[in-house]
Design a protein around this ligand. Sequence first.
Ligand code: NIG
Ligand code: FE
Length: 426
Amino acid sequence: MISADVVVAGCRQLLTCAGPLPKRTAALGDVGLVENGWIASRRGAIVFAGTEEEFRRTVRMEPDAGTVDGAGLVALPGFVDCHTHLPFAGRREREFGLRLRGWSYRELAAQGMGIQTTVRATRAATPDELRELCLKRLDRMLLSGTTTVEAKSGYGLNFEDEIKQLEVLRGLAGRHPVDVVPTFMGAHEIPPEHRSKREDYIRLLIDTLIPEVRRRGLAEFFDVFCEEGVFSLEETRALVEAAQAAGFRIKIHAEEFVALGGAELAAETGAASAEHLIAVSDRGIARLAESGTAAILLPGVSFFLMLDKRAPARRLIDAGAAVALATDFNPGSSHLLSMPFVLQLGVFTLKMSVEEALNACTGNAAYAIDRHRAVGSLEPGKRMDLVLCDIPDYVSLAYEAGRDPVRTVIKDGKVVVEDGRRVDGR
Ligand code: NIG
Ligand code: FE
């Protein structure tokens, strides 16, 4: 018999999302559905997921074990938000207003607004202020079922303030149930003080920041915004090579607006992911499909910027790419942090099936940040990170459009959200 200290009993449906990761093509359509599913864990690690009959035959509950009633609820893996710009300060309502009056996102950026606005506010914030902002956002993410989040720096754009953002991220560990995976994105933009001599900023990144962030162990991934008017393909290549030499794994913001070849570069250099891909070329799709590089799609951006163009999710999936979905939570191009909403955008705006969108928000998202051995599916050995949704059938994750169905969240085997409220004392 297997012993367990927590069980979620009798879920109307249990979606394990089990199977080898990343999922591609047909496998993306399989969510491991178990009707009347039971799932048990011990010390935060899953020991069983399956049917009631099998549970009764193989699992023994420890004397003080806790039971969560899954009756009438749909259980799924905790969401993994694999692309966010979490640690920023300030707000951009004024610029949002200008956009509503016809300005484009890129016109705002060209006028010294956009990312630069947030850089000014983030530089001015103290570490304590930044930490409080992050904790509040993590609270909201957790209520919507996110249990692991990737978080990028990139609003400091100098030594002191990039380190400040990354240290704030490190300080979140142990203060909040959501696990945070840090990415160094000093190459998010050229800061204003280096505008007339961009090479100097690239040298600062390569000679000082990349080695120093690595030496301090402040981030696992390095990300760069490869885009017309930001970092060119050649600059991106130089940065990627320096970051790989220092020991980082790579992510590239690629083809958000213009196809420069960032997707091909990501595949060629064995990057963990290429992200955005709204304008990705046929060649980029083919290179990603034959690589281990995840294609992270961020449908919140086309939605929030009201673009007619969307990432070609269907073509990427049909070609065989490892497609993941994420919020891109940031104050300018995607000011949203709900993964259930992103799942719905995946279905309604990218034409993904509900099954594909769910795998893209869980297992494939975990793969994109190298956490797939620990989270992203409900299988023995992985963390007991689980969401219970108040819907009659998992298809309602999308069918009940606009609804956030998350009712209970369990993190590492501990109930942290119940009836839509935090119950772990924060
Ligand atoms: O992922 N693309 C670059 N960076 C963010 C937007 C940042 C901002 O507008 O503040 C993004 O879309
Ligand atoms: Fe982004």
